[in-house]
Design a protein around this ligand. Structure first.
Ligand SMILES: [Zn+2]
Length: 415
């Protein structure tokens, strides 16, 4: 089977070139000028990028299909231009054994609309006590949702990860530093009666982990970096040659505590929206390479879990379907970030972290995203494919739209 994309501006290497691209079966077969076929996708005035890769997606299945399923979550992924998502392990059963991972994999094989690479947990049941034995087929290990509190346990996990070449993806949060009921940044909002989550809870555990990485030299990735102190710590670790990478979410890069303008669960996530200074540092990290990737931390919940205001709602917001447009609007249209840098952070950046081949090159998998950088639209979460609807970007007027997603040579989504 063939599929031709004609007249598109291709994001290749370090820039854009106008070429035609032909897929045959599931691969990119030819990139040149003036490829002729009877049927084609006309990409005039559109940009063709490698498919976006999300290092941090909560698909909620098995265990919580009322929040999201692998089918609905990956439908949201392709609508957002993502052709690969890494699923997080806060599931039931937790993928902490080959057997439990296989149960999740069976649903992926049956229902996924794009590539799903599952994380196993670092510890059994994500309880922070017994280190798991990662099975073939997992993209790495993570106890996302909480930090590994015991240094000794993290040391054992890193020793094993180093020996077996496994990626550890860490949600850094020292629970001994978080007060009961913590739900916003420990800044201006916390002065108004809401319980704050301090920045130390993130960067002190990160510093502990980096001391261990120095000793064990495992590949170590930091989830959803949110504080300016963490950015500095990671910058130093990278400069000293440690095998460290990190991600920033769209909400932490584009919003801060000042944007929490009403008592709404759509502003509640972990880590919380931090200060304006933190946001500035995160954008700096995305620009200077301290941050390797943008990851959505798509974390869907049912409406009844998110409509209870800041205090009563569950932690987490959805992100797959509006990530590109929100980022393009607030970073690229404002000249803060070059377009090619944004695309890098959604494609090559995350692919490098998980050693996934990436790029519009003959012989590579035909996973691609076609975007219209001029399309103006308004985010409407009621139209999302995801079961989760809570996002701080709902009703946002945006420019830039994913108009077609091609997965393994087939157009799986188009507007
Ligand atoms: Zn997390």
């Amino acid at each position: 089977m063939e599929l031709l994309v004609k007249n598109g501006l291709l994001y290749i290497g370090n820039g854009f070139i106008k070429k035609d691209l032909l897929c045959r079966d599931n691969l990119i077969a030819e990139i040149s000028e003036n490829i002729l076929r009877e049927n084609y996708i006309d990409a005039e005035n559109l940009v063709l990028s490698p498919g976006f890769v999300d290092l941090h997606t909560h698909l909620r299945e098995p265990g919580f299909p009322y929040k999201e399923t692998i089918s609905t979550g990956t439908a949201a992924a392709i609508a957002g231009g993502f052709t690969t998502v890494c699923s997080m392990p806060n599931l039931n059963p937790v993928p902490d054994s080959a057997e439990n991972l296989a149960e999740q994999q069976r649903i992926i094989d049956k229902d996924a609309h794009c590539q799903v690479l599952p994380f196993m947990s670092i510890t059994e049941g994500r309880n922070g006590v017994h280190v798991t034995s990662p099975a073939a087929g997992c993209v790495g290990v993570s106890d996302d949702g909480c930090g590994v509190q015991s240094e000794e346990v993290m040391a054992r996990a890193m020793k094993q990860a180093a020996a077996r070449g496994i990626l550890i993806s860490a949600h850094c949060e020292d629970e001994s530093l978080v007060r009961e009921g913590g739900l916003v940044h420990d800044g201006v909002l916390a002065q108004n009666g809401l319980v704050g989550i301090n920045s130390e809870s993130e960067y002190l555990q990160l510093q502990r982990d980096l001391r261990l990485v120095e000793k064990y030299r495992c590949r170590y990735h930091v989830c959803h970096v949110s504080t300016k102190e963490a950015v500095e710590v990671i910058k130093k670790a990278k400069a000293s040659g440690l095998p460290v990478s990190c991600e920033v979410t769209p909400h932490h890069a584009l919003l801060c505590e000042d944007d929490v303008v009403r008592d709404d669960g759509c502003f509640k996530m972990a880590p919380p929206l931090r200060s304006f200074e933190d946001k500035k540092a995160l954008i700096g990290a995305l620009l200077d390479g301290t941050a390797d990737a943008i990851a959505t931390d798509h974390a869907p919940h049912a409406a009844f879990e998110k409509n209870r205001g800041l205090k009563g709602s569950a932690m987490g917001v959805v992100g797959l379907e509006c990530a590109f447009a929100a980022l393009y609007t607030d970073l690229v249209k404002t000249d803060i970030m070059p377009f090619k840098r944004l695309l890098f952070l959604l494609t090559f950046g995350p692919s490098n972290v998980i050693k996934l081949p990436c790029g519009l090159e003959v012989g590579n998998k035909a996973n691609m995203t076609l975007v219209d950088p001029n399309a103006a639209w308004t985010v409407d979460s009621s139209k999302f494919f995801s079961k989760g609807r809570s996002t701080p970007f709902d009703k946002k007027k945006v420019v830039g739209k994913v108009v077609s997603t091609i997965f393994e040579g087939r157009e799986v989504y188009h507007v």
